[in-house]
Design a protein around this ligand. Structure first.
Ligand code: SAH
Length: 510
């Protein structure tokens, strides 16, 4: 069943049933870090405030208002033409736009060289938003809880002169830090300067690499494990390919490219670059939770997903970056861990190759009712029905959070199949009432027949949540209640499929 509109959690009579403030509440605004005195530049330092995630999500969802930008930033005014248009063919104007957006929207300062890539902020911001979703929704515990304080370390391969990804990541999340690499001397020098300008030396480490070095140098950096790898790789395999494509393309307005060859071209193009990361990841495996890359060509998605599947990597994510930018970019991420990311992070686009390229879905809406039909009494009974159903299963754990209207559970095998439940009931009868008393339905399960004694317990772990959510059906302008099942952990999609089948038979609004 497809669900349109915005879902949010159902809570009995909590005020949080209302919409969340689009730009975060005043309580969300906290001073993040003291801004460096940038007396050696003409950019005036701004107080840097950390806003809530809602503020960042809303950025660039609508077109930029250049007139407003000029009012807010005196340095933007001179590049704006009399008709309030920006000359995207003029590298100076494009660079000022990048600096202005970094300053106004993130409180960041940047000094950029004219002969290197000038990053479009909305597109780079999209990558950070996606990473936040990917990491938050596959956090160890509790996942999807909105906890933004988890310490995260990321590696940005090819950070460029702007060091834009580490800056954007650190501005939004005080618990994030980065290692940023590059092979280009000039970019490295500017990257270091930009880190200093924003007083982020304690959180962003800029590291020189050479083109023949490995791309994910955890051992050399003395890092046992990190949370993610990100890269915006050189897209093209040769200078000729770059020139060909820019000639063929009706160049979108903000594509003024001041990129140097080292930024645009590498052996094998973006597929060659990401293939190298895939090969390194096959050795490093879980030492990085998410390996990710942006892609300039949609056709690269299909090739890279094929490579990942060829290596039996089933936990992967794809998305497209379109927010506020007509130039489309794609991204792919993969993990050797068994934490499953949200639907929005893992199936963020439908590639031209079709749905078969997407990873298995991690969320299913089991049923929906209109709010009126699902009155509070019925919802309470539904909640009890869910908890009783889970309590009767031989789960490793099950906890219901009343405030979130969500339960999180774990099983160490398919304990909901009819065959398993029958066998278990028979065993209980054989053992008599003693065991039934010791091992009540909601207690952690002992050595049940869910898995065989010689099997690794972690291998068969299946983590899930079942939640009641209220959402607005825009089609009929009606508030609805939904029961949503989410696959949180595990390697086997068929477990989630059959678990959903079991829930569909067991959960009722009466
Ligand atoms: N991250 C920046 C720059 C991307 S351009 C942005 O998004 O705007 C690609 C970058 O990768 C360039 O800065 C280039 O110098 C760097 N690069 C190319 N080969 C590399 C390698 N083998 N290791 C690390 N960086 C590399």
């Amino acid at each position: 069943m497809s669900v349109r509109g915005t879902k949010r959690k159902y809570a009995e009579d909590g005020p949080e049933m209302g919409e969340s403030a689009a730009f975060g509440s005043p309580a969300d605004l906290r001073v993040l870090w003291p801004v460096a005195a940038a007396s050696n530049t003409d950019l005036s330092p701004q107080p840097v405030a950390l806003r809530g995630d809602d503020y960042y999500k809303a950025l660039y969802t609508e077109g930029l208002d250049f007139r407003l930008l000029a009012e807010r930033d005196p340095e933007f005014k001179p590049v704006l033409e009399s008709n309030s248009h920006l000359d995207f063919a003029n590298p100076k104007s494009v660079m000022q736009l990048t600096k202005t957006l970094l300053k106004l929207d993130f409180g960041l300062l940047a000094d950029l060289p004219m002969d290197r890539l000038c990053p479009p902020v909305p597109n780079r911001h999209n990558y950070i938003l996606w990473l936040k979703d990917l990491l938050d929704s596959s956090a160890p515990s509790p996942p999807d809880s909105g906890d933004t304080t988890r310490r995260i370390v990321g590696l940005d391969i090819g950070t460029g002169a702007s060091v834009i990804y580490p800056l954007l990541g650190c501005a939004q999340r005080p618990s994030w830090s980065f290692v940023a690499t590059d092979v280009d001397e000039k970019s490295l020098a500017f990257a270091r300067k930009n880190v200093r300008l924003n007083n982020l030396q304690a959180r962003i480490r800029v590291v020189d690499r050479s083109v023949t070095d490995c791309l994910v140098p955890l051992d050399e950096l003395c890092l046992e494990a990190i949370d993610f790898v990100m890269v915006n790789p050189p897209f093209y395999a040769s200078k000729a390919e770059l020139e060909d494509l820019t000639e063929q393309k009706d160049r979108p307005p903000n594509s003024t490219c001041t990129g140097a060859p080292v930024e645009m071209v590498c052996a094998g193009g973006e597929i060659g670059f990401v293939r190298r990361i895939v090969h390194e990841s096959l050795v490093l495996k879980k030492r990085v939770q998410w390996y990710t890359s942006m892609l300039g060509k949609q056709s690269s998605l299909k090739v890279l997903i094929g490579i990942l599947k060829g290596h039996d990597v089933s936990n992967y994510a794809v998305t497209a970056f379109v927010q506020g930018n007509k130039t489309r970019r794609w991204a792919v991420g993969w993990s050797f861990g068994d934490r499953r990311p949200s639907l929005s992070a893992s199936r963020g686009c439908e590639p031209s190759g079709g749905k078969k390229l997407l990873p298995p879905p991690t969320e299913t809406t089991l049923a929906t009712w209109s709010v009126l039909q699902a009155d509070p009494e019925k919802l309470k009974r539904l909640e009890r029905n869910i908890c009783d159903t889970m309590g009767n299963l031989d789960l490793v754990s099950w906890t219901w959070d009343k405030a979130l209207a969500r339960g999180v559970g774990r099983a160490d095998g398919n304990v909901w199949s009819r065959a398993y439940r029958r066998r278990r009931a028979w065993e209980r009868r054989q053992l008599g009432s003693d065991e039934t008393a010791q091992e009540g339905p909601s207690s952690p399960r002992g050595k049940g027949p869910g898995r065989k004694a010689d099997q690794d317990p972690g291998q068969y772990i299946f983590g899930f949540s079942v939640a009641l959510q209220v959402w607005r059906d825009e089609g009929v302008e009606e508030e609805k209640v939904a029961v949503v099942a989410r696959w949180l952990q595990g390697n086997d999609y068929t477990n989630f499929e059959s678990f959903v089948g079991f829930l569909l038979k067991s959960i009722r609004l009466t």
